[in-house]
Design a protein around this ligand. Structure first.
Ligand SMILES: Cc1cc2nc3c(=O)[nH]c(=O)nc-3n(C[C@H](O)[C@H](O)[C@H](O)COP(=O)(O)OP(=O)(O)OC[C@H]3O[C@@H](n4cnc5c(N)ncnc54)[C@H](O)[C@@H]3O)c2cc1C
Length: 483
C-alpha cells in the first residue's frame, strides 16, 4: 500500500495531491502556513475607509504579485478547467514600463520604444544596435551579453538593466543568460525599422496572452478548491506544520518530521515523498546529515525575496494597466499591480482602487526587516513621487513579506544545483518538485507539471518522467511559433 507525504501545499504540491487522491492513493500534505497556495495564494483583508462618518470596512483580495493563468501544456490547462471551469474570467492584458516620466509598451515594441525616448537616444540606440550586430560579444553567458548582443548596449541600458538589477539585486553581468531567453520577447529593431519604411511582413509568431484567465477572487481560489477536493477524495492537508527533519535510511526516505507553532512534533511515515519546500532547506534538514560538500552547495544557492505593500486608494480609476514595471532608478519600487484591472471583484468598493506595490529585496536584512509603518511611509512617498497616486488618497495598507520568491540564477548556481541533484537522485522514493523545490524560475504551469509528473511516477512505480527537465526550453514562454 502506498502512502505519499507531500511537503508544501503550493500549486505543485496540491496538484500532485489532487492527482494522487483521485487515483485513490493515500496522500498527506504538510504546509507550514495557515493557508494553502504558496506564492500563488490570495490574501483576504478587511481595510478601513477614511470617511468622516462611521468608519467602514471594505473586504479586498490581494494576489502576491499578479498571477496570470496561461500555459502551453494541455494537461495543466485541463486541470485548471476541471477545478475552476466557468469561475475563470477572461482578463484583457495591458502592461507597460514606466521610465523617465513616460510609459512604454511591455513587451517592448521597437517603434514605440524609439518614438518614446526622443531623437538623440533613438540615434544612439540604432547605432549601438548595428554595432552589436557587427561586433557582438563573443561569449553569451551573462544576461548583459545576451541582451546587448540582440538589442545593442544602449537599449539594454535604458530598458533592461535597471529593472533587472532591482529584481535580482546583483549586476546584470553576474546573471545567467538562461533567464533572459525564457523571459524576453524577440524584439527586432531591424524589422521594426524596415516595417516602418516598407510594407509590414506578417509575423509568424503569435502571442498567447493578449487575454488571460484569472479567477474572480484571485489565484487562491484555484488552490483552495484543489485543497477541498483533496479532502473530499480522502486525502489530508495539515496546515501550520513546518517540516523540520526528513529521515532516511539506506537509499530511502522513511519519514518527515513536522513541528507546529507550540513546538509539538509529529512523525509522518510514508512510502513515497515529494518536496516542494526550498531545496536549500531540504538538504539541510536531512537526517542523517547530507555530506558536507552538498550542504555547502545548498548554502551557496540564493533566493531573492519580495515585499508587497498593498494599499487601498479612494479613487475609482488610477490607470488602465494590470501592472506597470517601474524602471525609474530614482525609486526602489519595482512593479505595481492594479487589482481592479485583474478582476473587479478583488476590490470590495467600486469607488476605490487597490494596488500592490512590489519591492524586491533580500530576506532578513535591509528593507525586509524595516517595520511595516516605515515600509509604508517609503512606498507611499515613492508612488506619489512618480505620480501614480497621491499619498493623501491612500486609506489603508497591508505589508506582506514573501520569502524566497525568486531563485537567483547567478553564475555559480549550475554547479551547486548539479551537486545537490546528484545526491538527491540517490533516494529512490524522494522527488523534489515545484519552483523553489527544484530551484527553477517556474511559472505556475511548470510548477504544476512537475507535481503531476511526480504523481505519475509514483503511480507507475518508476521514473517515467524526468522532473528536472521541465522548463529547460529556451523559447520565450508567452509566444508560440505558427506551424
Ligand atoms: C511576484 C510573482 C508573480 C508571479 N506571477 C506568475 C504569473 O503571472 N503566472 C504564473 O503562472 N506564475 C507566476 N508566478 C510563479 C508562481 O507563483 C509559482 O510558480 C508557484 O507558486 C510555485 O508553486 P510551488 O508549489 O512550486 O511553490 P510555492 O508556491 O512556493 O509553494 C511552496 C509551499 O511550501 C511551503 N513550505 C515551505 N517551506 C516549508 C516547510 N519547511 N514545511 C512545510 N511547508 C513549507 C510554503 O509555505 C508554500 O506554501 C509568480 C511568482 C511571483 C513571485
Amino acid at each position: 500500500m502506498k502512502k505519499v507525504v507531500i511537503m508544501g501545499a503550493g500549486p505543485a504540491g496540491l496538484s500532485a495531491g489532487y492527482e494522487l487522491t483521485k487515483e485513490g492513493i493515500a496522500t498527506l500534505l504538510v504546509e507550514k502556513e495557515k493557508q494553502v497556495g504558496g506564492i500563488s495564494k490570495t490574501i483576504r483583508c478587511e481595510m478601513s475607509t477614511r470617511t468622516d462618518t462611521v468608519s467602514e470596512k471594505v473586504t479586498n483580495y490581494f494576489d502576491l504579485g499578479g498571477h496570470r493563468f496561461f500555459t502551453k501544456f494541455a494537461e495543466v490547462n485541463d486541470l485548471w478547467q476541471e477545478v475552476l471551469g466557468d469561475r475563470f474570467r477572461k482578463t484583457p492584458r495591458l502592461s507597460r514600463i514606466y521610465y523617465n516620466d513616460r510609459f512604454f509598451n511591455y513587451p517592448l515594441t521597437a517603434m514605440n520604444a524609439l518614438m518614446g525616448v526622443g531623437l538623440a537616444d533613438t540615434v544612439k540606440i540604432l547605432l549601438s544596435y548595428f554595432a552589436a550586430k557587427i561586433h557582438p560579444s563573443k561569449t553569451e553567458n551573462t544576461f548583459e551579453e545576451w541582451v546587448s548582443n540582440r538589442f545593442g548596449k544602449k537599449l539594454f541600458l535604458i530598458f533592461f538593466k535597471t529593472y533587472t538589477e532591482k529584481v535580482w539585486g546583483i549586476p546584470c553581468s553576474e546573471i545567467q543568460a538562461e533567464w533572459a531567453a525564457q523571459r524576453i520577447k524577440g524584439l527586432s529593431l531591424y524589422s521594426a525599422v524596415m516595417n516602418a519604411l516598407l510594407k509590414p511582413k506578417k509575423s509568424k509568431i503569435t502571442t498567447l496572452i493578449d487575454r488571460f484567465d484569472y479567477p474572480e477572487f484571485g489565484p487562491g481560489m484555484m488552490y483552495n478548491e484543489m485543497s477541498s477536493r483533496i479532502l473530499d477524495q480522502q486525502g489530508s492537508v495539515r496546515l501550520k506544520e513546518r517540516v523540520v527533519k526528513v529521515h532516511h535510511a539506506g537509499n530511502r526516505v522513511t519519514a518527515v518530521e513536522t513541528e507546529d507553532a507550540d513546538g509539538e512534533t509529529t512523525l509522518h511515515e510514508g512510502t513515497d515523498f515529494l518536496s516542494s519546500i526550498p531545496i536549500t532547506e531540504l538538504v539541510q534538514i536531512l537526517s542523517p546529515e547530507a555530506p558536507e560538500k552538498v550542504i555547502h552547495a545548498a548554502k551557496s544557492l540564493k533566493y531573492r525575496s519580495l515585499v508587497t505593500v498593498d494599499i487601498m486608494v479612494d479613487q475609482e480609476e488610477l490607470f488602465p494597466d494590470n501592472w506597470i514595471y517601474i524602471h525609474s532608478p530614482e525609486v526602489k519600487l519595482g512593479r505595481i499591480q492594479n487589482f481592479k484591472n485583474w478582476s473587479p471583484s478583488m476590490v470590495g468598493s467600486s469607488a476605490r482602487s487597490t494596488l500592490g506595490l512590489e519591492y524586491f529585496c533580500n530576506e532578513n536584512n535591509g528593507f525586509w526587516t524595516m517595520p511595516d509603518d516605515k515600509i509604508f511611509a517609503q512606498a507611499s512617498e515613492e508612488v506619489s513621487k512618480i505620480k501614480i497616486c497621491e499619498r493623501d488618497r491612500i486609506e489603508d495598507f497591508l505589508v506582506v513579506r514573501v520569502p524566497k520568491a525568486y531563485p537567483v540564477y547567478d553564475m555559480d548556481y549550475p554547479q551547486h544545483i548539479r551537486l545537490i541533484r546528484e545526491y538527491l537522485d540517490l533516494f529512490e522514493n524522494l522527488q523534489p518538485i515545484g519552483r523553489y523545490g527544484l530551484f527553477k524560475y517556474n511559472n505556475m504551469d511548470h510548477s504544476i507539471l512537475t507535481g503531476l509528473y511526480a504523481a505519475k511516477n509514483i503511480q507507475a512505480g518508476k521514473k517515467i518522467h524526468d522532473i528536472w527537465n521541465i522548463n529547460t526550453d529556451e523559447e520565450y514562454h508567452e509566444e508560440k511559433q505558427e506551424k
